[in-house]
Write a protein that binds this ligand. Structure first.
Ligand SMILES: Nc1nc2c(ncn2[C@@H]2O[C@H](COP(=O)(O)OP(=O)(O)OP(=O)(O)O)[C@@H](O)[C@H]2O)c(=O)[nH]1
Ligand SMILES: Nc1nc2c(ncn2[C@@H]2O[C@H](COP(=O)(O)OP(=O)(O)OP(=O)(O)O)[C@@H](O)[C@H]2O)c(=O)[nH]1
Ligand SMILES: [Mg+2]
Ligand SMILES: [Mg+2]
Lengths: 280, 295
């Protein structure tokens, strides 16, 4: 930490710009934030390095708090659905297991749907998580139509009066049109079968991801309306700063964060902790 | 894109007369922004721009009728140099067929190691090798099954001792099994791990010590951002990576992190994984990557 003694000048602003960019906040957002600080400096409303850093933290917190939203599924009457989507390897299946346990230990009846019918041993993997979370799993054979699995899971959820239907989908690159069409089809099944059920569609994003996260969010939201982000692997050294731009430009809130590979390694997103960690 | 931006900068400068070193700086600022947007590490960009500047303020640019294109050309060439190793380009991978070669996979969680292990086995089998895969990930649910399904697809034996035996033991026994079966290539799949997890990094060191792999591939996701430099440095210092595999290049991530990884590990980029199918593995092409990074 270099604050507390440094001269208040362009050099300080450059150092802040470096912190922002190396946190994956992205060039244009970082420049915009630093420019705003430059204006505050000119106005004379900042007089110490501490005030400068505080001003930056305040700006970041403003961006995050404007879009902050808690999970809309979980404390209501009737069935709610949570669908996890995202590119390959970000932690969707693991997050599905973690969320299942979270709601189950809270007394909710949770049903899991294995909608990744493509990848080797994907269903086996979710099966282990369902066992660990003590929740039933709806699955079809490998290679089955994911939309059919979801349809089946909806039927089961209604019949068993489940509180939450948790849908794990296959990893897919947002650039693959046919895979994004497959996702749209799953969305249509939900629209048609349970239009009244509150729905969360969460983009599962790896905290190590760079600027490509923006393309991911844009294209996924064109296929299924996204209600939020799960930011995973924050137990590493990556800062996950891309969520600042996603909040600022796409109004996407982070709802949950993954902090490890165990079933309990899931936390609610806390903007204060997150912004503080950016400067550590 | 970068070409258009530089062209418009130089058009504006040209109208003011002769080009100077200061004018070049403005164009280099644009190059810097483009590289940062492509996820090249902040410090790596700084060093790279310094290198480019030395050439960019030379006659080849200042006297050129198309200075914008000249700057791009210099940047392109320097990128390719960095990516390919230039005159110090490494010898191609050509393991001897008359002995057992052992390759180890390493990297962060979800980077594509298990898939890449199977792809490598498939590629080398087509080149006449007799490969075997070892299921060294005992932690991730159904990781062993995943490798077994892939192995069956390509008819390559998968050695496994289940998930209650240590990965070091599994790799040792896999080596014995490969020798007994007269295989000449053994590929070790390992669990994804954080570069800051001391215990798991030690596990990789122990495997390395036990079976002495001739290649240790760091498998990295093309969409990784600024943290790539920390990850690569730590993996390289802890276990000595000998090559890089960049995965998910079939997406639209610019992949600038590869520059950072290459500059801190100094190791050759061997393969590019370009899809989820088993045949989606190619030799890495520096020229194609340079164009992709510049955007
Ligand atoms: N350190 C850490 N690892 C995680 C976290 N979440 C998931 N992982 C690991 O990341 C890897 C990939 O997780 P998966 O759940 O299989 O990811 P996925 O998105 O379902 O992958 P695909 O279905 O293949 O697209 C596994 O090794 C997980 O254990 C996290 O919060 N921290
Ligand atoms: N589109 C695409 N997907 C890939 C590529 N390589 C791997 N994948 C996918 O990425 C996801 C993760 O791949 P894995 O091989 O399980 O990754 P891993 O590094 O072994 O994961 P862990 O063992 O959990 O650390 C899977 O969905 C793969 O199908 C690639 O080049 N392109
Ligand atoms: Mg999955
Ligand atoms: Mg694996």
């Amino acid at each position: 930490l270099f604050f507390g003694g440094g001269k208040l000048d362009e050099e300080m602003l450059e150092k802040l710009e470096e912190i922002l960019i190396t946190s994956d906040i992205g060039v244009s957002t970082s420049l915009k934030l630093v420019d705003h600080l430059r204006q505050l400096l000119k106005k004379g409303s900042i007089n110490t390095p501490e005030q400068l850093q505080e001003a930056l933290k305040t700006e970041l917190l403003d961006i995050l708090s404007q879009v902050a939203k808690p999970m809309s599924v979980g404390d209501h009457q009737g069935l709610g659905t949570i669908m996890l989507v995202g590119v390959n390897g970000t932690g969707k299946t693991t997050a599905t297991g973690k969320i299942a346990k979270l709601f189950h230990q809270d007394g909710k009846k949770v049903i899991l749907a294995a909608a990744d019918t493509f990848r080797a041993a994907a269903i086996d993997q979710l099966e282990v998580w369902a066992y660990r979370a003590e929740c039933p799993l709806i699955k079809h054979a490998h290679g089955a139509d994911p939309a059919a699995v979801v349809f089946d899971a909806i039927t089961a959820s209604k019949a068993r009066q489940a509180d939450i239907l948790l849908i794990d989908t296959a990893g897919r690159l947002h650039t693959k049109i046919n895979l994004m069409e497959e996702l749209k089809k799953i969305g249509r099944v939900l629209d048609r079968e349970i239009p009244e059920a509150p729905r969360e569609t969460l983009l599962v994003l790896d905290a190590t991801t760079g600027q490509n996260a923006i393309q991911q969010a844009k294209l996924f939201s064109e296929s299924v309306p996204l209600s939020g982000i799960i930011l995973t692997k924050l137990d590493g050294t990556a800062k996950g700063g891309i969520i600042i731009t996603l909040a600022d430009e796409m109004k996407l809130p982070v709802k949950l964060i993954g902090v490890g590979e165990g079933i309990d390694d899931l936390r609610e997103f806390n903007p204060d902790y997150f912004v503080t960690a950016l400067f550590e | 894109n970068l070409t258009n931006k530089l062209d418009s900068i130089f058009k504006k400068l040209r109208s003011k007369g002769v080009l100077t070193e200061d004018n070049i700086n403005e164009s280099l600022r644009e190059v810097r922004l483009a590289l940062l947007e492509a996820d090249v590490n902040f410090k790596v960009v700084k060093e790279f721009i310094e290198k480019v500047k030395v050439r960019a303020v030379g006659q080849e640019v200042l006297k050129s009728l198309t200075p914008g294109q000249q700057v791009i050309k210099v940047v392109h060439e320097e990128l390719i140099e960095l990516l390919s190793g230039g005159t110090h380009a490494p010898a191609p991978l050509n393991p001897k067929k008359d002995k057992l070669n052992i390759w180890m996979m390493a990297g962060l969680q979800g980077s594509g190691k298990t898939t890449a292990a199977a792809k490598l086995a498939n590629l080398m089998k087509k080149q006449g090798y007799r490969p075997m895969l070892a299921a060294g990930d005992i932690y991730r649910p159904a990781a062993i099954q995943q490798l077994e399904v892939l192995g069956q697809k390509i008819d390559v034996p998968v050695f496994s001792l289940g998930d209650k035996v240590s990965p070091v033991e599994i790799c040792k026994k896999a080596k014995e099994a490969a020798e007994a079966k007269d295989c000449n290539l053994l590929i070790l799949d390992t669990a994804g791990r954080l570069h800051i997890d001391e215990e798991l990094m030690k596990e990789l060191q122990d495997i390395r010590e036990a079976v002495s792999p001739s290649e240790t591939f760091l498998v990295c996701d093309a969409m990784i951002g600024q943290d790539a430099v920390n990850v690569a440095k730590q993996f390289h210092e802890s276990i000595g990576t000998t090559g890089l595999i960049l995965s998910k290049l079939d997406g639209d991530a610019r992949g600038g992190a590869i520059l950072s990884i290459r500059s801190v590990t100094g190791q050759p980029i061997r393969f590019a994984s370009v899809g989820e199918k088993i045949e989606d593995l190619e030799l890495f092409l520096p020229e194609r990557m340079a164009s992709r990074i510049l955007g």
